[in-house]
Ligand binder design. Sequence first.
Ligand SMILES: C[S@@+](CC[C@H](N)C(=O)[O-])C[C@H]1O[C@@H](n2cnc3c(N)ncnc32)[C@H](O)[C@@H]1O
Length: 342
Amino acid sequence: MHYEAEVLPGLESFARAELATTFGDALQFHRNQPTDSLRFAYPGSLSNLLLLRTVVAIYRIEHFAVPRPRALLGHQHLQRITGRIDHIRGMHPSGSFLTFRISAAGSESAVFIRIKEAIESHTRMAYNPDDADLFIRIFPAPTEPGWEVLIRISPRPLSARGWRVCDMPGALNATAAAAMVALTEPSEDDVFYNPMCGSGTLMIERALAGPAIRIGGCDISKEALRCAAANLNGAGLAKHIELTKMDATGLDLPTDSVDVVCADLPWGQLAGSDDENLILYPAALAEWARVTRRGGRMVAITHAVRLFESLLDRLEREWQLSAEYRIFQGGLHPRIYAFRRK
Ligand SMILES: C[S@@+](CC[C@H](N)C(=O)[O-])C[C@H]1O[C@@H](n2cnc3c(N)ncnc32)[C@H](O)[C@@H]1O
């Protein structure tokens, strides 16, 4: 059984590490990987793959040794495709998949229209090219001759978390948040703090990654805090995470009291502005160094890369930069920086 993990560009190593540590030897990465995705063989239950946190989506790969997609219309091949669809639908509560869409090279051609009709008549799902529960991709196989049918194993991408009941402009992609949490090296002894918490993505992903002594966060915006509170409720974590209305440049926290600061700073587009950031960034970073104990960690993401990097010299008096990742999300290239407190 072969799968493809769709990953935010730049976060492949996190997805690879999560797959390897979660499934160990049961999972074998393909030797030939196409660019921009991570393929693997895994004989275990599909439902285990639904729990992954650093991948955007997982697709089941069906390879067909056929020269042209027309051959997929053969009875045996169609039966194999609809059988896989039935299997995936069977893993979820009934009613999870009411619509489907197909992405394919030439999806408006007569062949693909017939494939679409065959799936429609077998599954009784309605075709919706714009937004659908079941997502099927049909393309020439990238590493061997033939064609492939890829079927997403969940009705929504895994990055669209079930706990998110409140979205806000500028909310962080949850798989990027999960990768940032992994970079903090979570430990049960952590006091984890998320200044500028927005809708709560980082705090929730931290709490879901394992126990901590304390998880808390603050934001200056009442609206963001309301959104975070709704999401904490959605995740069943309202009792475990402390939310405070507070300015991240003047935290009501003792010096050296935090093990991990993890933050998504305003990028200057949807949240904040470039001018505000010129003042906000140095003040916030100085405050976070004050509250973090020696040996503590800071992981921060921002799209204001030039500004952040102009502060690196100053930061390096107190922090050792340990890693930097350039990722691609929503048409932007934000960066994640990981530091250890000197
Ligand atoms: C990029 S957003 C964070 C988004 C968040 N990671 C999420 O997933 O929803 C930045 C947040 O910083 C907050 N913020 C800006 N200036 C602040 C300050 N001085 N103190 C606290 N929060 C601040 C904004 O209100 C906004 O919610």
